[in-house]
Structure formats: structure tokens, C-alpha cells
Design a protein around this ligand. Sequence first.
Ligand code: IPM
Ligand code: SF4
Length: 474
Amino acid sequence: MGRTLAEKVWDDHVVRRAEGEPDLLFIDLHLVHEVTSPQAFDGLRKAGRPVRRTDLTIATEDHNTPTLDIDKPVADPVSRAQLETLRKNCADFGVRLHPLGDDEQGIVHVVGPQLGLTQPGTTVVCGDSHTSTHGAFGALAFGIGTSQVEHVLATQTLSMSPFKTMAVTVNGELPEDVTAKDLILAVIAKIGTGGGQGYVIEYRGEAVEKLSMEARMTICNMSIEAGARAGMIAPDETTFAYVEGRQHAPKGADWDEAVAYWKTLRSDEDAVFDHEVVIEAAELAPFVTWGTNPGQGAPLSASVPDPASFTDEGARYSAEKALEYMDLSAGQPLREITVDTVFLGSCTNGRIEDLRSAAAVLEGRQVAEDVRMLVVPGSVRVALQAVAEGLDKVFTAAGAEWRHAGCSMCLGMNPDQLQPGERAASTSNRNFEGRQGKGGRTHLVSPQVAAATAVLGHLASPADLSDVREPAGV
Ligand SMILES: CC(C)[C@H](C(=O)O)[C@@H](O)C(=O)O
Ligand code: SF4
């Protein structure tokens, strides 16, 4: 019987298999950040063990880093301690680290791909749930817990139980105003935040094949929000073109050999998935969330749903709670929801293409009075590229704040936070209660919707802006 892409990558990494036991997998790339690594390094220290493969391990600082005044000491003592601990651990164990201030620093899931470390057919792990991002390259990429981080540091292997496979096939072409973010929010709304539990999801179909690597990363990134263990997309010419020439990409004859292997990484025609979901791209529209989990979303043109309309009791209860927390009422048009803050950034939508598309909407326009917009590139490299293209000027001319790279307002682990009761349109991936600051309210949106929302002060898409901008030269 044929195998799926995920099964092929898995099989190629098994170093030990025994009846009734989980497989032991070799790990090609271990990404490390300050939040989930301290106890793992402590464990190694106690056991007197070194890091087994420092050449396959790389660390960056992202969650606790400030996005202003990065040349000054980190003010918050907890964050400072986290960063200092990572620096000491990396120095003690010989792990490559890109600290705050370094040109390769940034969100761990932006840094791996941009260095060419994330490659098709590899196994990638990190003590971070959004490691699923790297699956966009046809890598098998999992988030792991701190004890597993220690295991990988010590052995470069991981013990894993088998997963189920799911295919999400997106037929046809996405409408012009529909982005990868809208697509994945629609997928999660359809299958639910638990719909992917136990599965590795492979995204396929014409609409997915046409997507850029940035867009594919947005989709795989949020697989975890559907509860999936990983998300994957088969590597193709788009993938190879993205990887080629990057710092750690194979070179010369190694490149040709790698591409020949990567081309075999597709699900076989006769491969059988445990579950299949089919989506018609033409039916999709800009999508936003109204609730407090990423599955509580709807097309922007819709209204806040009535909890009573949910037949499932759990869904009804959770919608009631969400509306209460979000201070929304059933029937309210989503377009009429006003926001205080717009956050453009995160490992979901903090890449150069995301910044470009938001800048294209903001060019010649102004962020509404009473709205603050934070633009936070996913990495220093993304920031440098944006500056080279003049995007930072577009953002600041529009009245947005241009910040230093990091996780920033995606989660409240650094100074960028919502105040209690504040409402944000955010390009990040989680709208949980208090995620962006205690009492803060989050609507998940695409970069384009974020930019249009910043201009109008209420949830909006670029199509709503047609009369706001003076054409250039008039
Ligand atoms: C801090 C980290 C463990 C966490 C994760 O695993 O995803 C964070 O990145 C997040 O997005 O909530
Ligand atoms: S940007 Fe957000 S989701 Fe991504 S790693 Fe940082 S905190 Fe987690």
C-alpha cells in the first residue's frame, strides 16, 4: 500500500522499532528558546551529560524580548532572568545562540526557515507548539514538552507513538481577497479546535500548491490550533526555490542529490488517509474570529452568532462564555466591532510577505485616531528586508509603530500587552482569554484585514477601503 508524505518522513527517521513500543526517531533539527529550555539544561547538568549534537541545535531569544529599547538592560526581572539563563546554558553547553541584538535573532519559527535549516523531509522539534510551522517545507515538525527537550538535547532522538493521517484538500483557486490566514481559520472553524487531535494534517490541492512558502507556513503554523500534532505540505518547486542559496541549504552536488530525494516526498496516489476534508477555495472569504478559541470564527461579512444556534451543548456553552468575555452580542455585524489595537506580527504572520501585503493596504492611508498599530517583524532579517524595501516608512507614515523583532503582543510575556478590556485585531494565532494581556480581547485576522481594520477602526477588509485612499499623483 502507498504511504503518505508524513509516513515517508517518519519511516526515514526510525532508529529503533520494537513491537508494542513507540518508535525512536532521529531528530534533524532542534530549535530552542528561552521559555521551555531552562529545566532541560538543568536536567543535563544534573546527569553530567553534554548536548549530543550541538551542530543540530540552535537557540534564539523571542518570547521575553522587548521590542523597544533593546540596547538597554531588559527591565522586567523575570524576562531578564529567562534570557540570561538561556545565554548561560548555551555558553555552557556549546549551543549556537542568536541573542537580542544579533542579526539572526527572531521568532524561532521564522529563524529556522530563513537560515535554510528547515528543509524538506527533515524532523524538526522545539519546545514550542507552533513548531508545526516548519511542516510547510514537507518536514515532520512537532512541538515537544520540556522533558522531551532534555531527551533530544541528550540523545538527538525522540520516542514517538504513531499518529493518524488527515488530508485537507483545497480545490480550485482562492478568491483574490482571500489569504492563507483566512483559509486556515476557515479550516479550524470547520473541523473544530479538537478536530485534528492525534492527526498529522497534510494540506494539498490546487489552492495550496499555488501558495508561497510564507503562506504555507501560516497554514501549517495554525495546525496546532486544530489540535493536530503537525501540519505538512509536500515540497515542490516553490519550496526548492525558497530553500536554495540559504546559509544552511545544501550546495553543489549535495543540492542536486537533496532535490532528487525531496521530489520523492509526496503522498503516493494509493496512500490512504485516516480522514479527509475537502474545501472549495471559491467558497472562502476573509475570515475573523469572534470568540476565545481559534475555531470560533466566521466570514467578516457575517454577524456574531447566537449561542442558541449551536446544537452541540459544549459549543453553545463555550460561545456564551466567549461572548461574555469578548463583550459582544449575538447578531452584531462583525464589521461593526471597533478595536483599540492592531497587532501585525508573530510566527503566523510576521514574515516579509505579510508585512508587504499590509503595507500595500496602508500606503497613502492613515491608522485611525484612537487606534494604535504595532508592526513587529518576525525576525531581524525580516526587519532589514522591510527597511530595504521602505516598508517601515510606509508603516510609520501611516501612524503605526515600527518595532524590533520578537513574539511581542502575540502573548503577554514581554512589555507589549493589551490593557484590561482593550480589544485587538491581531495577526497572531491564539485568541484565548488574557493571551495578549490580562482582560484583553483578541480577534484573529489576516495581515490585510489587520491593515484595513487599522485604517477604519473597526474590523474590515481592504475591499471596504476603496474610497479612502487618494490615487497616487492626484
Ligand atoms: C511559550 C511557548 C511554550 C508557547 C507554545 O508552546 O506555543 C508559546 O510560544 C505560545 O505561542 O503559546
Ligand atoms: S509568535 Fe506567538 S505563537 Fe509564535 S512562538 Fe511566539 S508566542 Fe508562540
